[in-house]
Design a protein around this ligand. Structure first.
Ligand SMILES: NC(=O)c1ccc[n+]([C@@H]2O[C@H](COP(=O)([O-])OP(=O)(O)OC[C@H]3O[C@@H](n4cnc5c(N)ncnc54)[C@H](OP(=O)(O)O)[C@@H]3O)[C@@H](O)[C@H]2O)c1
Length: 293
C-alpha cells in the first residue's frame, strides 16, 4: 500500500481526504503542534527515518483577511513560505514525492477562465505567499490548486457553503455578490481525484476544481432552493461594495482544468444534492450535521 505523509491533516480538506481514502492508502499524519512546519529541526528529526512514498503538503495559514491585516504579515509568510521550504527540503533530501496544495487565489480574476498554464497574479497577501510556495517547489513537485472547497460537515470550521446555509437557517438577511464568479469544489471529489493523482504522480500543475462557476448570489439561491430555505433573505450586492475594505479576492474566479480527464467533478448543484443525501443517510445522527450557534 502506498504510504502518504500528510501535513495539515486536521484541517477542513485534509481530514475529509483521510476519512474517505483511509482504506486505499496508509496515511501518516504529521500534526501541529508536535510537528510544526516552521521548525526545521523537528521536521528533519521526524522525516529522516519515516517510511513514506509521498508527502501531501496541506498545512497552511489560511485566514485570508487576517493574513492581510497582521502587522508585519509574519505568520502567513512563516508558515506558507518558510514552512513550505522547510518541509520540501526534507522531502527532497529523502528523495520522495511531494504534492503542494495551492489555491485559485493566485489568479487576479480579471481574465477568466483560468487553466493550469494561466499566468498567476495574486491580489492578496495570503495568495502571494501561496504563489511563492508554488514557485519554490515547481518543476520538482506536483502542484494541485483547489477553489472554494465545501463539504457536508466539519466541526472545527465552516466553509462558505455552511456559512451561507447557517445564515439562511437563522433567517438573517445576507448580501451576496452578483457580478463575480467562484468555482465551488466538493471536497469529496477532491479526495477521489487525488486518489488518482497519488497513483499517477508527475511533477506538474493540476486544477482540481468543481464542474461549474457561478456567482456567490447564484450559489446562495441554489442553497436556499435545495434546503428549502427562504431565498428572499438574499439580496444582490456588487463586488466593489462587498470587498471595499476587505482583502481582495479574484472577481471572476472561473477555474478550469485541461488535465483532469480522470475524475468528473460535481457542479455546485450536484454537490448540494450529494450533501443532502449524506445528511439524511449518514451514519451520524442528524444533530451532528446541524451547525448550532
Ligand atoms: N479552504 C479554502 O478555501 C482553500 C481554497 C483553496 C486552497 N486551499 C489550500 O488547501 C490547503 C488546506 O486548506 P484547509 O482549508 O484544509 O486549511 P485549514 O482548515 O485552515 O487547516 C490548516 C491545517 O494546517 C495546519 N497548520 C497550520 N499551521 C501549521 C504549522 N505551523 N505546522 C504544521 N501544521 C500547521 C493546521 O493545524 P491545526 O488545525 O492544528 O491548527 C491545519 O491542520 C491549504 O494549503 C490551503 O492554502 C484552501
Amino acid at each position: 500500500m502506498v504510504k502518504i505523509a500528510v501535513t495539515g491533516s486536521t484541517g477542513l480538506i485534509g481530514s475529509r481526504i483521510i476519512e474517505l481514502l483511509k482504506n486505499d492508502f496508509e496515511f501518516v499524519e504529521l500534526t501541529w503542534p508536535k510537528f510544526d512546519i516552521t521548525q526545521k529541526e523537528t521536521i528533519w528529526d521526524t522525516l529522516k527515518n519515516l517510511n513514506f512514498d509521498l508527502l501531501l503538503h496541506l498545512a497552511a495559514y489560511t485566514n485570508v483577511d487576517e493574513a492581510e491585516e497582521e502587522p508585519g504579515k509574519s505568520s502567513a509568510f512563516k508558515i506558507n513560505v518558510e514552512g513550505t521550504k522547510n518541509i520540501f527540503a526534507a522531502v527532497i533530501k529523502r528523495k520522495k514525492k511531494f504534492i503542494y496544495v495551492s489555491t485559485d487565489f493566485v489568479f487576479d480574476g480579471k481574465n477568466p477562465p483560468y487553466f493550469e498554464n494561466s499566468i498567476p497574479n495574486p491580489l492578496s497577501y495570503y495568495a502571494q505567499t501561496k504563489l511563492e510556495g508554488e514557485k519554490y517547489v515547481q518543476q520538482q513537485a506536483m502542484i494541485v490548486r483547489f477553489s472554494y472547497p465545501y463539504r457536508t460537515y466539519f466541526k472545527a470550521k465552516r466553509d462558505f457553503f455552511r456559512v451561507l446555509k447557517y445564515w439562511l437557517e437563522e433567517k438573517k438577511g445576507l448580501g451576496l455578490v452578483q457580478d463575480s464568479l467562484i468555482t465551488p469544489t466538493f471536497i469529496d471529489d477532491i479526495a477521489f481525484a487525488l486518489k488518482y493523482l497519488f497513483l499517477h504522480y508527475s511533477p506538474e500543475i493540476f486544477h482540481i476544481v468543481g464542474g461549474d462557476a457561478l456567482s456567490p448570489y447564484e450559489a446562495g439561491i441554489l442553497i436556499a432552493k435545495q434546503f428549502k430555505l427562504d431565498k428572499s433573505l438574499i439580496k444582490a450586492t456588487t463586488y466593489q461594495h462587498y470587498f471595499g475594505n476587505k482583502s481582495k479576492r479574484p472577481q471572476f474566479s472561473e477555474i478550469k482544468s485541461k488535465k483532469n480527464n480522470f475524475y468528473r467533478m460535481k457542479t455546485f448543484e450536484e454537490g448540494l444534492i450529494e450533501i443532502k443525501k449524506q445528511t439524511m443517510g449518514g451514519k451520524r445522527r442528524k444533530i451532528d450535521y446541524e451547525d448550532g450557534g
